[in-house]
Unconditional design. Sequence first.
Length: 267
Amino acid sequence: MTQPRPYRIIQISDTHIAANPERALLGVTLRTSFNAVVELVRQHELNQMDLILLTGDISHDGSETSYLYAANTLKSFNVPVYAILGNHDDALTMASVYPCHTMRTDKQIILGPWQIILLNSHVPGQVHGLLNEQELEYMEHCLQQYPDKQAIIVFHHHPLPVGSQWLDKLGLINARAFWRIISNYANVHTVLFAHVHMAFQHHVQQIPCYSPPSTCIQFKRGVVHFALDHVPPGYRWINLHPNGQLETDIRRTEHYIGVFDRDAKGY
Ligand SMILES: [Fe+2]
């Protein structure tokens, strides 16, 4: 008997698309690097993925053009793309453009025995993140609504240190409150985040937490001050199996897209 196939989720993040097609960040032309990752997804995931999670910093400049560019590029996959806000995003502009084409702004996705809960950790004008009372209440509402489904919780900012001092000051500032609530629920399976521009995994309260590479520049782990990592961009794939198991890994383009800036001091 053949096993039922898992749900396949593709996480694309920190695309930082700008209105100017030539806009570059520390030697990486944003659209060129994004397009390379999109082609990688096309090569490996076409006709087998169920949905895309676009986990914030979709735009670098908050422009309508950048949100439209992401929507127009990703619509060719013909799967729903769930977008959440990152610190660089403009909440009003993004809300004026999405939903459109295949872009969705739903905050809850049900997939058989799984539910995905998408939260907003964006704080206007700040780099750090926060899950406000409304978001935390919504999360609890979803967890109580489906006690028997395994929950994947998704938001932009990191709810645990990733080991780079400068970046760990800019994560989810109320991570403690978040984890305190999570400790009351046995149905939280995994936390997915972004913002850190690096593939990372670790456990908190035995709950696995994962982030993907950015589609543009990658941040270095284990440093005090900002530094870039010389690794190619990529995406994370996640398989949600019907038996409640999750497997995940990342895939990167063959080469670094652009010119590596080893002396970059910030962005
Ligand atoms: Fe970012």
